[in-house]
Design a protein around this ligand. Structure first.
Ligand SMILES: [Zn+2]
Length: 156
């Protein structure tokens, strides 16, 4: 006759906190423990202080334009507007591939670049990256596409 209050009590409201885009990405940069609180002052696993960078932004300053990459954004560099949203920065360079490399910024504030099988190569400080290998980018690094399209990395 009366409703089953016990069962109703288990119908808790859904968790309304916004889903994380990739919870596994919030890792301690030192011990790679998954962080339950990415903004904590120290890692709960290895107890080392965590980087407190606020919202990091990656910029790459090319002669023909400045690229800005936010955390979580993967930016394809290349000459083909169908492949790269920043193709206009590279259209004047015939030796840059249509889809040349990808740069991104992870939640720990580390910037990365990966060559996408470009014809003339992706270089960090003069060193050619093997195709498909993810290489970290540091503030002040020189990121070069092909022979002479060089951008300066700014990480803040
Ligand atoms: Zn740790």
């Amino acid at each position: 006759m009366s409703p089953q209050h016990g069962r109703e009590a288990t119908l808790l409201p859904h968790d309304v906190s916004p889903p994380r885009p990739d919870s596994t990405a919030f890792m301690c940069p030192y011990c790679e423990a998954v962080l339950s609180n990415p903004s904590a002052a120290q890692c709960e696993s290895c107890l080392r202080p965590l980087p407190q960078k606020g919202t990091p932004v990656l910029r790459v300053l090319f002669p023909a334009g400045e690229l800005k990459i936010s955390v979580g954004q993967h930016l394809v560099l290349g000459r083909d507007a169908g492949q790269s949203p920043v193709a206009a920065t590279f259209t004047q360079y015939d030796n840059v591939s249509r889809r040349h490399s990808t740069v991104w910024l992870d939640p720990a504030g580390t910037a990365w670049v990966r060559d996408e099988g470009s014809t003339n190569g992706t270089f960090v400080n003069g060193e050619r990256l093997p195709r498909g290998v993810e290489a970290p980018l540091r503030d002040g690094d020189q990121l070069r596409l092909a022979a002479d399209v060089t951008g300066t990395v700014q990480l803040s």
